[in-house]
Write a protein that binds this ligand. Structure first.
Ligand code: NIG
Ligand code: FE
Length: 480
């Protein structure tokens, strides 16, 4: 089924964009059951009703990709970053939601004759983006704060005065779960339409047990609903809540002694068969210092949770080295990280997640030093950091464009960082992030002939078709 406007969102498969004046010519798509005559407009674009719906469900052969980006071979460390594994005139066969085969169009069409097929039209086909750091669930907005920052206030000043994260905490605590879900769904819709097929999503706007559990519950509901795959993170250590304003250590102790054990118990009772969520800490001036971060993360580790950390977003407190020491799955931000800590991190298996949308959103000059991380042999990933404060951006395409300009990544490096390495940053690289037999059939047909258009172009959506577990979710033809 095409992902549509059932949640009062506008479906991308609108027919209203076609007018009687559009010149239409017939072109055939071969399917196993029928020859379908889709319409091609005079401007060369395909009518949005082109893709036969019955093709999408069980098996499909996507062929005639100008470049099929396979990203095979696992996460890419250091200077190996950017191996796209391109198959010219490539094809991919999907069955029952998983990739069955990858190869040239000629070989796969010979091997799977008569399968329903989709002509990629000599455009790029690649894995769906993985966004390994988002604050997907919140209520409200902070546009006034954006204006305050433009007028000279800093992000940490606004937080210290009870604004920033704490203003979103007030809005989120007081909202019904339905409101949380409705606002998050709208962002999920945007993420999917821009090609993100798997994402991480954090709590962190509750900062008290009950509200944090409500956020976890909302995240589980979103995950269950699909179609976006979610990796869930508990970020009870996102800020010092108003109740502990004068006693940050008291909140850190409360997190370790009460909240984390309660989260574990709640999860075991309510998220049966789901992997434990990550536990994350905002290790920063005005949030949690290094000792508090170490205590919270060590307690979480003892309880069995996998770890993440917001490290060195503004100040270098040593969070990156802590992540390596505690074998965190990822350390995120890394803008103010010292050269020594970069070496320590790069020598570990902890993925370094850069979020260029954050300095961009804050209009700051410093970005994650990607070159140094790669030279030191680190595993670099990219994420959006989607959140209402530092950067409200659902688009991994825009994240890639920023990484190319401000972190000096090539498009190939940025694409690998946004797919296979991003999957490693949430421990999902065995399932998603590349086009290899056995992995999920999550892929994108871009409306471009060459992968370098990612990064080169920005501000518009280059994704033409989104396929998730072998189902067509979006055809953006009408909008491209
Ligand atoms: O990653 N810095 C901490 N957390 C987010 C911002 C959250 C917010 O401002 O609401 C970040 O930048
Ligand atoms: Fe964040």
């Amino acid at each position: 089924m095409l992902y549509s406007g059932s949640r009062s969102l506008t479906c991308c498969n609108r027919k209203s964009s076609l007018t009687d004046n559009d010149h239409v010519k017939a072109e055939e798509i071969q399917t196993s059951s029928a020859r379908i005559k889709p319409r091609q407009l005079s401007n060369g674009k395909i009518a949005p009703d082109l893709v036969p719906k019955d093709v999408s469900k069980y098996a499909m052969l996507i062929h005639s990709a100008s470049q099929l980006l396979t990203l095979t071979g696992g996460p890419q460390r250091g200077q190996r970053l950017g191996q796209l594994g391109i198959i010219p005139d490539g094809a991919v066969m999907i069955q029952d939601g998983r990739i069955l085969a990858v190869g040239t169009s000629k070989d796969l069409r010979a091997e799977y004759p008569g399968e329903p097929d989709i002509d990629a039209g000599k455009r790029v086909v690649m894995p769906g983006f993985v966004d390994p750091h988002t604050h997907l669930i919140w209520v409200g907005e902070r546009a006034a704060e954006f204006e305050m920052r433009l007028q000279g206030k800093t992000y940490l000043e606004i937080l210290a005065n009870g604004g920033g994260i704490l203003s979103t905490v007030r809005a989120t605590r007081s909202a019904p779960i339905e409101t949380m879900l409705a606002e998050a769904r709208s962002r999920v819709h945007t993420m999917l339409s821009y090609g993100t097929t798997t994402a991480e999503a954090k709590t962190g706007y509750g900062l008290e047990t009950e509200s944090e559990l409500r956020m976890l519950q909302a995240l589980l509901a979103l995950k269950e609903e699909g179609p976006l795959d979610l990796a869930i993170t508990f970020l009870g250590a996102h800020a010092i809540p108003p109740e502990y304003q004068d006693d940050p250590q008291g909140y850190a102790d409360h997190l370790c002694e009460e909240m984390l054990p309660e989260v574990l118990q709640w999860w075991q009772e309510n998220a049966i068969d789901q992997p434990l969520p990550f536990v994350d800490v905002f290790c920063e001036t005005g949030a949690f210092d290094l000792d508090q971060s170490r205590k919270i993360l060590s307690t979480a580790k003892r309880l069995g949770f996998p770890l993440k950390i917001h490290a060195d977003e503004f100040d270098n407190l040593g969070g990156a080295a802590l992540a390596a020491e505690l074998e965190a799955v990822s350390a995120d931000h890394l803008v103010a990280t010292s050269p020594e800590d970069i070496k320590i991190l790069a020598g570990s298996d902890t993925v370094a997640v850069a979020l260029p949308g954050t300095p961009f959103g804050l209009a700051e000059a410093d970005y994650t030093p990607a070159k140094e991380i790669l030279e030191a042999g680190g595993i670099l990933a990219l994420a959006s950091d989607l959140n209402p404060g530092t950067g409200w951006c659902e688009s991994m395409q825009f994240t890639i464009a920023l990484a190319c300009r401000y972190m000096s990544l090539t498009p190939a490096q940025a694409i690998a960082a946004a797919t296979i390495n991003a999957a490693a940053a949430i421990s999902h690289s065995d399932q998603v992030g590349s086009l290899e037999p056995g992995k999920q059939g999550d892929l994108l047909i871009l409306n471009v002939p060459d992968y370098r258009h990612l990064g080169y172009r920005f501000g518009t959506n280059l994704v033409d078709t989104v396929i998730k577990k072998g189902e067509i979710l979006f055809n953006n033809h009408a909008h491209n």
